[in-house]
Design a protein around this ligand. Structure first.
Ligand code: ADP
Ligand code: RBF
Ligand code: MG
Length: 381
């Protein structure tokens, strides 16, 4: 059960952005551009990621042609690169919580529209790879179907029109700044889900900023709440990570009574980019010692404002010794909350102990306890 949330405003319909909000398009974009720029003797360094987010494909291409000083016109660049992108669309994964949200709203008969700056044909190809998505939307509007794309409000106004709703009765869910601007300009409620980490301070015009779709509380907007939270936890499709226990920041978490057996993020950059930062829990296996309950944080530890994403599992067991260098395997079965900042170290520690209690109790539920027997936990490298 989730904690009831105060209502901010009641809406009747939801308008969703596609790339970066429902689909993890970014990984594909980087892959394609990396290969493509080599042909021009240039190296893609990802620094333009924030410049191309939320733009129409043409605007994004123009930005790249200019930044890299490519010896071609934007039109040429677009026509050369488009087939490569089309090939990649079936490899795009939905972002965590995307299918859950779509199924939830559809199940409750909440009208939904998809409004993306991508051309309509691209949207159709991308969503055709995701089961049941297309049928879930009462309207789909591409950037080529309105006079101007986001940040102009037109695309959202057209979406409301097709849903036969007042703009003020619509909730927009958006990852990009141009998208948030467009939603507000259309007179709609907006929830921002920034795709880029540590950017939430830029999204002040949004009604709410959340870390990922897993944190959306529809009841805040007068919509039916999710019913899949169980005892303060959200069950996930289990996922696995493992590796050698490395030295962390040596901040003395152990002294605080919260030792975390940090894992190297090497080899997991793709997987980690698919999971939002946050507090998760599950089972931890140390081949020579056993299998233990575990609660962990993944992310930048806002309280310490780390530069790198870390994986910090706290094994819920008293050990007599350290186990640096040993192989640790994790099966992550559920989600608890986003990473937060705290006014004091004491309040951070208190919250981590709440997480521990939630995880310890939840892991007794058959739904979670069955994963203790996952063979991944027993095997060594
Ligand atoms: P670091 O900054 O190096 O991660 P910590 O203070 O977080 O240091 O201590 C983590 C180390 O403590 C782990 O790498 C492990 O060897 C040891 N350790 C002992 N008990 C536990 C536990 N219950 N959970 C996680 N690590 C533990
Ligand atoms: N760090 C944060 O800055 N914010 C958090 O919300 C947060 N949550 C955590 C939850 C758990 C279960 C664990 C094990 C760690 C968490 N941390 C968080 C990381 C913490 O800052 C880090 O482990 C420190 O090294 C503890 O002193
Ligand atoms: Mg640690």
């Amino acid at each position: 059960m989730s904690i009831p949330q105060p209502i901010k405003k009641s809406v009747l319909g939801v308008i969703l952005d596609l790339d970066g909000t429902l689909l993890n398009t970014d990984g594909i974009v980087s892959e394609v551009l990396k290969v493509f720029l080599v042909k021009f003797g240039k190296q893609w360094d990802g620094r333009e990621a924030d410049k191309i987010l939320g733009k129409t494909p043409f605007e994004a291409a123009a930005a790249i042609v200019e930044d890299y000083g490519l010896p071609c016109a934007t039109e040429e660049f677009v026509s050369e690169i488009t087939p490569t992108f089309s090939d990649q669309w079936r490899n795009i994964k939905p972002l965590p919580g995307a299918s859950r949200l779509i199924n939830h709203l559809k199940g409750h008969g909440i009208p939904m529209a998809l409004a993306s700056n991508s051309p309509r044909a691209c949207i159709e190809s991308k969503i055709s790879c995701q089961q049941d998505w297309k049928e879930s939307f009462s309207a789909i509007i591409g950037g080529d179907e309105v006079p101007a794309g986001k940040p102009s409000p037109e695309i959202f106004l057209e979406a409301a029109n097709r849903l036969k709703m007042e703009p003020s009765s619509c909730l927009v869910i958006e990852d990009s700044l141009p998208g948030v601007t467009a939603g507000k300009a259309a007179g709609m409620e907006v929830v921002a889900v920034p795709y880029l980490p540590k950017q939430s301070h830029l999204y002040t015009s949004a009604g709410e900023v959340i870390n990922s779709l897993l944190d959306l509380r529809p009841e805040k907007w007068g919509l039916p709440p999710f019913k899949d939270w169980i005892e303060g936890t959200l069950p996930l499709e289990p996922w696995h990570i493992g590796g050698l226990v490395i030295k962390g920041f040596g901040r003395g978490s152990k002294v605080l009574g919260i030792p975390t057996a940090n894992l190297s993020t090497e080899g997991y950059t793709t997987l980690l980019s698919e999971y939002p930062s946050g507090v998760y829990f599950g089972w931890a296996g140390l081949p020579v010692r056993g299998v233990y309950k575990m609660v962990m944080s993944i992310g930048w530890n806002p309280y310490f404002n780390n530069k790198e994403k870390t994986i910090e599992p706290w094994l819920l067991h008293e050990f007599d010794e350290d186990f640096y260098g040993e192989e640790l395997r994790l099966v992550i079965v559920g989600y608890i909350r986003p990473e937060l900042n705290f006014p004091s170290l004491e309040s951070l520690i208190e919250k981590i102990h709440d997480d521990r209690r939630i995880a310890e109790k939840a892991l007794e539920l058959p739904l979670y306890s069955k994963h203790r027997n996952d063979p991944y936990l027993e095997n060594s490298l």
